[in-house]
Design a protein around this ligand. Structure first.
Ligand code: ADP
Ligand code: MG
Length: 396
């Protein structure tokens, strides 16, 4: 079954509530990366072109204290949206009340109203984040139809997604969410084989769910990043001062047994004496000295990974191969980017906050079939979990 998409709705003259993900990085009230705002434009523009009235809203950061209100004021994002759309965006500095209701009731077709950070409602009893039933019903009452285009929060049941969807007659996903469902959902439900997963990042404990799921579904699971060392230690190797979760050694052993040869581990690593951006030394994983720590996968491992990936039809990647933030240890992540870029005829998907940041920093985003817009959400989706923000939307 497929979810209704915004293009399945009749939007003419309708008040369309659009939940977007404008949780952008900000410094001193200025947006430092507007990717998420740009990513929401197709859905907003479509609603306007179809003769709808666009009521746009999002969360921004976390709101726990009074100070968080000023820090996470979403007004600058509304201003930026106005520039990108090239038309007026009426910003309402409230999340409820007469001013908001009047602004919405006075809208003409083709106009945009944006209201304040949905998490302003968290200050008093976490109404947004705990999906307070009254709040979801109230927001739903402001519009005729609901469009969810925020993937970043799709793994959470909040008032601004699930709350609204359960209180409104018609709902659909936006174009951004449609893409996430097509690619990540496609890899979860019906991947073309050979299907290879590449997992990295800092900790095994963050990725247990996804490793367990992928050793069932994928043909091979390539493991790099900090978490490789817990696996290597579980095999009895000396990993020196490398990142390791000793309480996860038994689990790592168990996963290796269950994977029955599907897990491919690195054969070499770039080591340093300290966690510093200075040139490292390539060591076989059998020769790591006690005073060393591995901060990247080595060149032999890269070759092994690139060979394994040949002929892939589906590749899913989550978690950097090394400490890519440091130039001296970005080689593994860069190499994997290249290996994926060289594949022909494969659906290639990268998800995860840091992995996506790495792919963008290294200039490879355009080489992927799909670069996910959600960190935690993409991980939970890959784990095979049901995402409430998608589940709440009507089927076609
Ligand atoms: P994602 O956000 O893509 O899911 P994670 O948050 O799991 O990824 O992990 C990303 C972090 O892992 C990065 O900050 C990176 O520096 C770190 N990392 C990768 N390899 C190592 C390593 N060998 N030792 C320590 N940290 C590492
Ligand atoms: Mg991360």
């Amino acid at each position: 079954m497929a979810k209704k998409v915004v293009s399945d709705l009749n939007l003419k003259g309708k008040k369309v509530l659009i939940r977007v993900d404008f949780n952008v990085p900000m410094k001193d009230g200025k947006i430092t990366d507007d990717t998420r705002v740009r990513a929401a434009l197709p859905t907003i523009k479509y609603v306007l072109e179809q003769g709808g009235k666009a009521i746009v809203f999002s969360h921004l950061g976390r709101v726990k204290t009074e100070e968080d209100l000023a820090k996470n004021n979403i007004a600058p994002v509304a201003k930026h949206l106005e520039e990108l759309l090239g038309q007026k965006v009426t910003f309402v500095n409230a999340t409820r009340g007469k001013e908001l209701e009047d602004a919405i009731n006075n809208m003409n077709v083709g106009e945009v109203v944006m209201f304040q950070n949905t998490r302003y409602e968290d200050l008093d009893g976490k109404k947004e984040s705990k999906n307070d039933p009254e709040l979801g019903a109230y927001w739903a009452s402001l519009g005729d139809v609901f469009v969810n285009d925020a993937f970043g929060t799709a793994h959470r049941a909040h008032a601004s997604n699930v709350g609204i969807a359960s209180n409104i007659k018609e709902s659909a996903v936006g174009f951004l969410l449609e893409k996430e469902i097509k690619y990540i959902g496609g890899a979860v439900d019906n991947p073309a084989h050979p299907y290879f997963a590449i997992l990295g990042g800092a900790k095994v404990s963050d990725k247990i769910g996804v490793i367990s799921e992928l050793i069932n579904k994928a043909d091979k699971v390539l493991v790099g990043g900090g978490m490789m060392f817990t696996f290597l230690k579980a095999l009895g190797k000396n990993i020196g001062k490398s990142l390791c979760e000793d309480d996860k050694l038994d689990l790592a052993k168990e996963l290796l047994e269950k994977a029955n040869g599907k897990i491919v581990l690195p054969v070499d690593t770039v080591c340093a004496k300290e966690f510093k951006d200075e040139p490292g030394v390539v060591k076989s994983v059998d020769d790591i000295a006690s005073d060393e720590l591995g901060l990247d996968i080595g060149p032999k491992t890269l070759e092994l990974f690139a060979d394994t990936l040949k002929g892939a039809k589906t590749v899913v990647w989550n978690g950097p191969m090394g400490v890519f933030e440091m130039t001296n240890f970005a080689g593994g992540t860069l190499g994997v980017c290249e290996a994926i870029a060289n594949l022909t005829g494969a659906n290639t998907i990268v998800g995860g906050g840091d992995s996506v940041a790495a792919v963008e920093k290294l200039g490879y985003a355009a080489k992927f079939t799909h670069v996910s817009t959600g960190g935690g959400a993409s991980l939970e989706y890959l784990e095979g979990k049901t995402l409430p923000g998608i589940a709440c939307i009507e089927e076609k």
